[in-house]
Design a protein. Structure first.
Ligand SMILES: Nc1ncnc2c1ncn2[C@@H]1O[C@H](COP(=O)(O)OP(=O)(O)OP(=O)(O)O)[C@@H](O)[C@H]1O
Ligand SMILES: [Mg+2]
Length: 219
């Protein structure tokens, strides 16, 4: 479904952040992406979300070479991907409920049809009493859970989650991991970027490890 071949990425004239990176993300697969801070995890996820272009090599997404994808096509392709950004990127003027419902609204779905799904998911991540709160009054961990709910709500074909448990306690981290696994079981390919060893030890999943610009894959 996604294929990277000899991908290189550099910012400006710096040395390459990613060098000769090749891998595939099969449909319905589950993998962790790990490596030290600054290794390039977020950069790799940005390539997967097509918000960055590689400086060399080729990337194919959903069977399309991304070099041939035109700008106006990007929003449509991106709707097939759910993303949890490391910095959340919630819309501050919308409530928790509205933030999570946004991907469904964008698709033209009827609020009457999704209202209970949105509430149920927010309940599940422990935010049942914050449906009408605005992001600026939420804690970091609460914002993170809103961002996760928004990425999951529309059952994307691919989920990219950048350090999705970085702001929550271990108990909540396990709960969120269960949510990702459940989504994966229902057909979504999942990539979770993390340096939380405790989290990775809970699942026997493929590990993609970035180090010194190179990617090694185990499992
Ligand atoms: N927009 C940018 N312009 C220039 N350099 C950048 C940019 N974004 C990231 N970098 C550099 O690329 C390298 C990889 O950054 P990246 O954010 O991908 O790492 P990361 O593995 O996600 O780190 P962390 O675990 O801290 O989130 C770092 O050296 C960073 O300084
Ligand atoms: Mg990062």
């Amino acid at each position: 479904m996604i294929k990277f071949e000899n991908v290189g990425l550099r910012y400006g004239m710096e040395t390459e952040v990613l060098r000769d990176v090749s891998f595939e993300i099969p449909e319905r697969s589950f993998q962790f992406l790990t490596g030290p801070s600054g290794a390039g995890k977020t950069s790799l996820l940005r390539l997967l979300f097509m918000s960055l272009r590689p400086t060399r090599g080729s990337i194919s997404m959903f069977g399309r070479d991304i070099a041939s994808i035109e700008r106006h096509e990007l929003p449509i392709l991106r709707r097939r991907i759910g993303v949890v950004f490391q910095d959340f990127r919630l819309l501050d003027h919308m409530t928790t409920f509205e933030n999570v419902a946004l991907p469904l609204r964008v698709r033209g779905k009827d609020e009457a049809d999704f209202r209970s799904d949105v509430s149920d998911l927010l309940n599940w991540v422990g935010l049942g009493d914050k449906l009408h709160a605005l992001p600026p009054v939420l804690s970091g961990g609460e914002k993170q859970r809103v961002a996760i709910a928004r990425a999951l709500i529309d059952q994307p074909e691919v989920l990219l989650a950048d350090e999705p448990t970085g702001n929550v306690d271990p108990h909540m981290a396990r709960r969120l991991l269960r949510l990702f696994l459940e989504l994966n079981r229902s057909g979504t390919a999942v990539v979770v970027a993390t340096h939380d060893l405790g989290l990775m030890e809970q699942v026997d999943a493929r590990r993609m490890i970035l180090n010194n610009s190179h990617l090694d894959i185990y499992g």
